[in-house]
Write a protein that binds this ligand. Structure first.
Ligand SMILES: Cc1cc2nc3c(=O)[nH]c(=O)nc-3n(C[C@H](O)[C@H](O)[C@H](O)COP(=O)(O)OP(=O)(O)OC[C@H]3O[C@@H](n4cnc5c(N)ncnc54)[C@H](O)[C@@H]3O)c2cc1C
Length: 452
């Protein structure tokens, strides 16, 4: 083992690691970025089929104007080579393709005629089934609480373990509901569980703009992964990339959280500071901290290329339909700025035995759904198919928010050299995450944050 002193060591070359490296390099810092995979990017990376069509790891765009800092940061990193557009979304409910945030008159007749809107009723996060029945009619409330929720294996998992249905409804409402005044505006201080107050306000404003509108940014070329690549190119002035580090071993004092060394590939790095930018459960394992009890959760991704366009003019379609094992379909060709998309990608999050099924089984299940819904013709076969199964942490009935807060407190309160620019128990939005990471890295350096 060869000892190597380094000023800074970053673990994880996803978006958080890349923002960290770029920020450090801009302050003249030097060091090494250690990544387990052969390629950087993490969930923000991209890959191409053999025709040169790009796919991301699930639909990825950056909300434009949601954070002025992020908009400026992304524009600067991509040297202005950024595409701006309004996201066109659809919903699938009971086999019908419906425009996102459409008012009831724009819903298909078969559904519309069974909804009973009460102009005086209001519902919000945590409202009961009875309150939803008063606002949208009994039939639609039961559809949402029974069928739509059943489309999400993770919600069924929680329900079977006694989590109240009103608490789980926040995954369905307001996304799959006709837009109406029944949706109460977010209250200040309303703790929305999985969603922050900022997120609720942002999506409420997008849905209730006239017309409903969400503006996003995307790299002009190279898929979404180009963003992380460009950040790493900026960071390379100061940082060496150590890829394929599958075997890192950390020597850390459990009291002070002082990292004495990080070893991988025959090198023992002796770091001045360590920036943890890999998943929190991995860090907990090194520290011997107990993770909340739960079951592994998986993101399944099916990426297809067809001879003919498949997009229907939409960038993404969200699903709440238990007949289809799909959470979202996105259309990479349109997202990348093409006039149509020969590619589509299915995203599905699940738990338990279903997650262990193989690529062929998922290919067949998804093709059945795509044909039934008319996205592809009955006889059409894909010319490319790629299957990925990616860990998404655990589902747990324990309070993950409290666990996260406890980890943050222990790390930020410790006297050691470990810095955590962003710890998470669930995906967060990059528009929020970029300024937060940038700010925390600057604070760790003792410089005055330039913005966040
Ligand atoms: C399907 C999907 C779609 C999303 N869409 C959007 C979107 O449209 N807009 C948006 O704003 N946000 C979106 N998000 C959220 C956002 O991408 C993430 O919250 C965030 O960017 C995660 O970045 P990260 O760097 O923390 O994590 P990751 O990308 O997971 O990076 C962590 C890195 O650490 C590495 N690593 C792990 N273990 C080790 C180890 N032991 N040693 C060294 N390295 C290790 C991993 O290989 C990886 O490269 C989406 C998330 C998902 C899952």
């Amino acid at each position: 083992m060869r000892d190597k002193p380094v000023e800074n060591l970053i673990v994880g070359a996803g978006l958080v690691g890349a923002v960290t490296a770029r920020t450090l390099a801009r302050h003249g810092q030097r060091g090494v970025l250690v990544e387990r995979n052969a390629d950087p990017g993490g969930v923000n990376g991209s890959f191409a089929d053999d025709r040169g069509n790009w796919f991301d790891h699930g639909r990825h765009v950056i909300s434009d104007g949601r954070s002025a800092f992020t908009t400026e940061f992304v524009t600067e990193v991509l040297r202005g080579r950024v595409r701006r557009f309004d996201l066109k979304r659809g919903l699938v409910v009971r086999g019908h393709l419906i425009p996102y945030a459409a008012e009831l008159p724009d819903w298909p007749e078969a559904l519309r005629e069974r909804v009973r809107l009460d102009p005086g009723a209001r519902v919000g996060l945590g409202s009961s089934r009875e309150a939803f029945a008063r606002a949208y009619g009994r039939w639609f409330a039961d559809l949402a609480f029974d069928e739509m929720m059943a489309a999400y294996p993770v919600l069924t998992w929680h329900r079977e373990r006694g989590v109240p249905e009103a608490h789980l409804m926040r995954w369905i409402f307001p996304w799959f509901f006709p837009r109406s005044e029944a949706e109460a505006p977010p209250d200040a201080g309303d703790r929305a569980g999985v969603y922050s107050e900022e997120s609720r306000r942002y999506h409420y404003d997008c849905r209730h703009a006239n017309p409903p509108r969400e503006s996003v940014m995307y790299p002009e070329e190279g898929g979404f992964g180009r963003l992380v690549e460009a950040m790493l190119e900026d960071g390379r002035e100061g940082f060496d990339l150590h890829l394929g580090a599958e075997d890192i071993d950390i020597d850390i004092d459990p009291e002070s959280l002082a990292v004495r060394s990080v070893s991988t590939g025959g090198i023992r790095y002796r770091p001045g500071r360590v920036f943890w930018c890999a998943p929190l459960p991995v860090l907990c394992r090194y520290l011997g901290w107990t993770l909340p009890a739960g079951e592994p959760q998986w993101e399944l991704l099916g990426s297809f290329t067809f001879e003919r366009p498949v997009d229907r003019g939409l960038h993404e379609v969200l699903f709440a339909d238990p007949d289809h094992p799909v959470r979202r379909i996105n259309f990479p060709g349109l997202i990348a700025g093409g006039s149509d998309s020969h590619t589509l990608q299915v995203e599905y999050t699940t738990v338990g035995d279903e997650a262990r099924l193989g690529a062929d089984e998922w290919r067949s299940r998804w093709l059945t759904s795509l044909r039934k819904l008319g996205f592809v013709d009955a006889g059409a076969e894909p010319v490319f198919f790629d299957f990925k199964r990616v860990s998404r942490g655990v589902v747990s009935t324990e309070d993950l928010g409290a666990f996260l807060a406890g980890c943050e407190e222990r790390i930020h309160g410790a006297s050691g050299n470990l810095v955590a620019p962003h710890l998470a128990v669930a995906s967060d939005n990059n528009a929020r995450l970029i300024p937060k990471v940038h700010g925390r890295v600057e604070r760790a350096l003792g410089t005055r944050p330039s913005a966040s």
